[in-house]
Write a protein of this length. Structure first.
Length: 287
């Protein structure tokens, strides 16, 4: 299982349960952003994991964009996805360049005045929901968003583990939501089973669908796997898009790079991917 959501129904089809391993996806995004700050990697990874799960709830050409704004309004994390499982996420430049973050906790980073804003829908029909973040952590506050904005009891749990070099060891997540008419206590039962049997998630990437179904039945005897949903990183940027930056530069500045035999490097602020323009490529701008 690699960057895949398993969709299941449990408790007599009264609760829908999605489980996700996106270790490779989070590793790719963090590597592209080239960040080595533990707190930011965790915050970005957990946000993207939560939004990744929501891609499996969408249909057709629907998109979902989420913005987590910390109490410092310049500190933001962005993530968006579509019904096809295309995911991207990034932190604002102010957050990436913030000083004195070494000893800051998640609660300190989020603060008491943070908010979650989501825009969901198609080009012709969009819904915007905004909620505060009373729990000052990403999982509980994403769950809180659904209860406040959509009046749906939802439970989201994300787990991102980093090694001592702040690179990803694993990333997995779970989404449980009550279906119409289901009693609220069932969501607590899902939480209890997950909390006491979390090892099922740590091995997801090594399991096939049959093994996952077998393991689910050990914890939810009436579970029924109803499908899978692939997720993958996608930004949409390209080297061609950044030629516009070169055209905006003064000719004398371009000539300096050419005479010094140096390349120009441009980076996408969304995904962190870098594009190099060699002196011969720069020359084409001057023609």
């Amino acid at each position: 299982m690699r960057n895949k959501i398993i969709k299941a129904l449990v408790f007599d089809k009264q609760v829908r349960l999605f489980i996700l391993d996106n270790t490779a996806l989070i590793d790719e995004i963090i590597s592209l952003n080239r960040q080595n700050h533990r707190l930011l990697n965790l915050a970005l990874g957990k946000t993207i994991s939560g939004i990744s799960l929501l891609s499996a709830t969408m249909k057709g050409e629907q998109r979902l964009s989420a913005i987590i704004t910390m109490s410092n309004p310049k500190y933001r994390i962005f993530a968006d996805t579509d019904a096809h499982g295309n995911i991207r996420g990034y932190a604002s430049q102010s957050l990436l360049k913030a000083k004195g973050m070494k000893d800051v906790s998640f609660k300190d980073l989020i603060g008491h005045e943070a908010s979650i804003r989501m825009i969901k829908g198609s080009d012709m029909n969009q819904f915007t929901g905004i909620t505060d973040m009373p729990y000052q952590n990403i999982d509980d506050d994403l769950s809180h968003y659904f209860k406040q904005s959509e009046q749906v009891e939802t439970y989201i749990e994300t787990n991102v583990c980093l090694d001592e070099k702040n690179t990803i060891l694993y990333s997995y997540a779970m989404y449980a939501q009550l279906l119409p008419g289901a009693p609220e206590y069932l969501l607590n039962e899902v939480k209890e089973k997950i909390d006491t049997n979390s090892t099922i998630f740590k091995n997801l990437k090594d399991m096939n669908s049959i093994q996952i179904n077998k393991n689910l039945k050990e914890y939810f005897s009436d579970s029924e796997v109803i499908g899978q949903h692939q997720v993958q990183f996608w930004c949409g940027c390209s080297k061609e898009m950044f030629y516009g930056l070169l055209y905006s530069m003064e000719s004398k500045d371009l000539l300096e790079y050419i005479h010094a035999n140096k390349s120009i490097e441009s980076s996408c602020h969304i995904c962190g991917r870098s594009y190099l323009f060699s002196p011969p490529e720069i020359k084409t701008i001057l023609r």
